[in-house]
Design a protein around this ligand. Structure first.
Ligand code: ZN
Ligand code: ZN
Length: 124
């Protein structure tokens, strides 16, 4: 099974996920913009039993980050783990978004991802 690994900028927090994600998305919503400091987030969701993490994280509204360097990393519950794909070690990743959320907030200079479902706001 494929294993993808990642870490925060300073390396104190590490993550690993096994196998194919359940879904891969991009979100342009205000929450994602503010928390990332960027125009959108790129993430994928795995079942929680195929996700591992090491190192202490801080948490804000169930969003986990490295308390030392501030990298935004993941959110997880008993069922699913959503990983921010920018923290993966190898770039580019082999993962392509299958859907986009909050496209009404997408920057005008960004084109829709070819073949990805387009949602004006959240998925229904
Ligand atoms: Zn760190
Ligand atoms: Zn969002």
């Amino acid at each position: 099974m494929t294993v993808l690994t990642g870490s925060c900028k300073c390396g104190k927090v590490k993550v690993a996920v096994r196998g194919q994600p359940v879904r891969i998305g991009i979100c342009h919503c205000t929450d994602c913009r503010q928390e990332s400091g960027s125009a959108f987030t790129f993430f994928a969701v795995w079942p929680s039993d195929r996700f591992e993490t090491k190192g202490e994280t801080g948490v804000y509204q169930n969003r986990r980050f490295c308390p030392t360097c501030g990298s935004r990393m993941f959110s997880a519950n008993d069922e699913e783990a959503e990983i921010k794909l920018g923290i993966l070690t190898d770039a580019p990743t082999p993962l392509k978004p299958t859907y986009e959320l909050w496209v009404k907030r997408r920057e005008h200079w960004l084109d829709p991802v070819e073949g990805a479902e387009q949602h004006q706001e959240d998925r229904i």
